[in-house]
Design a binder for this molecule. Structure first.
Ligand code: PSU
Ligand code: MN
Length: 318
């Protein structure tokens, strides 16, 4: 049975002709970023993909229809952040039958992009294991929120380009989960896990690949081995927009304490923390977020252009 996913005509044509396609999520536009920066981010990501010769495909649920390649008129509702719910993978069927608009997280976007036959996806930062405010009395016993992005990455073969996991998260715990789930994390021109808004985190990466051809070849090899997991490719945010670690750490700590006091949980937590960090950094995190989304879309497009090419690296020798 073919999955009931609507693929826009330009994306259908690109896939049919074997052209490079990059999938993009929509929750970052409808929940992750405020107006008007969400529009700016969408415009710059789409332009960055086109500029490298690939075709962008924004995923989401449009009036109940799971969609790959959201078209302009529909995208307007997502950018207006008007009655559009944040949707993770488990909610795809629910928003579909209730005919709602759903902005898809990384988890839900992977499901749709994979169903459409797309191999490469770009986002800002993946979800992961959340932290608790360090000074709270309940810090030890609190139930930790963990993004469904991790599980979905473990069962969807895709190249996922990001700037690491979002700074608001517990990064060592997130790296441990990625390891347990069999999800490779590869640095592109870096030996260190980037911190989404910061260039570094002090966490070393076991693997680094500096050429898009090698990344594309690794993805193909992954498929040949029958692995189901995504390969997460991380690159630091652009140097001119990246923030110092002390600034981000202080802002995140204050945001976590405020979230605990305000009792924010569940799907609301990530967008809430992101907007608190934005206030705490006087908008600097917003500029960094938009810049890294654009550079991740650009790298994803370069990888997508390589994915379709014949294999040169690692070919068995006679
Ligand atoms: N990256 C960003 N901004 C975002 C997100 C990622 O730069 O808003 C979104 C993605 O959609 C990601 C989601 O999948 O946050 C994670 O939410 P949660 O922790 O509730 O799974
Ligand atoms: Mn959650």
């Amino acid at each position: 049975m073919t999955p009931p996913v609507r693929v826009s005509p330009n994306v259908v044509a690109a896939l049919r002709d074997g052209r490079a396609v990059v999938a993009l999520e929509s929750s970052v536009f409808a929940q992750g970023l405020p107006q008007p920066e969400n529009r700016e981010a969408a415009r710059r990501m789409v332009a960055a993909v086109h500029a490298r010769g690939a075709v962008p495909a924004i995923t989401g649920v449009v009036r109940g229809v799971p969609t790959v390649g959201i078209e302009d008129e529909d995208l307007e509702r997502f950018l207006a952040r008007d009655g559009v719910r944040k949707i993770s993978a488990r909610e795809l069927a629910l928003v579909a039958v209730t005919r709602g608009d759903g902005a898809t997280t990384v988890a839900a976007s992977l499901v749709l992009a994979h169903a459409a036959g797309i191999a490469v996806f770009a986002t800002g930062g993946i979800g992961g294991v959340h932290r608790v405010a360090p000074d709270l009395p309940e810090a030890e016993s609190a139930v930790r929120d963990e993004s469904a992005d991790l599980d979905e990455l473990s069962r969807t073969p895709m190249v996922v380009v990001c700037a690491g996991a979002k700074t608001i998260l517990d990064l060592p715990a997130t790296m441990e989960r990625l390891e347990s789930l069999g999800i490779a994390v590869v640095g592109y021109h870096t030996n260190e896990l980037p911190g989404f808004l910061t260039r570094g985190t002090g966490i070393s990466l076991a693997w680094r690949l500096d050429s898009v051809a090698e990344i594309a070849a690794a993805w193909r090899m992954q498929g040949s081995l029958g692995r189901t997991q995504s390969i997460v490719v991380v690159q630091p945010p652009p140097v001119e927009r990246a923030l110092p670690r002390e600034m981000v750490d202080a802002a995140v700590n204050r945001a976590l304490e405020a979230a605990a006091r305000a009792n924010v949980h569940g799907a609301a937590l990530t967008p809430w923390l992101l907007s608190k960090v934005e206030q705490e950094t006087g908008g600097a995190s917003l500029a960094a977020n938009v810049a890294l989304l654009e550079s991740n879309a650009a790298l994803a497009a370069e990888i997508a252009m390589e994915v379709g090419k014949p294999v040169e690296i690692g070919r068995a020798r006679a």
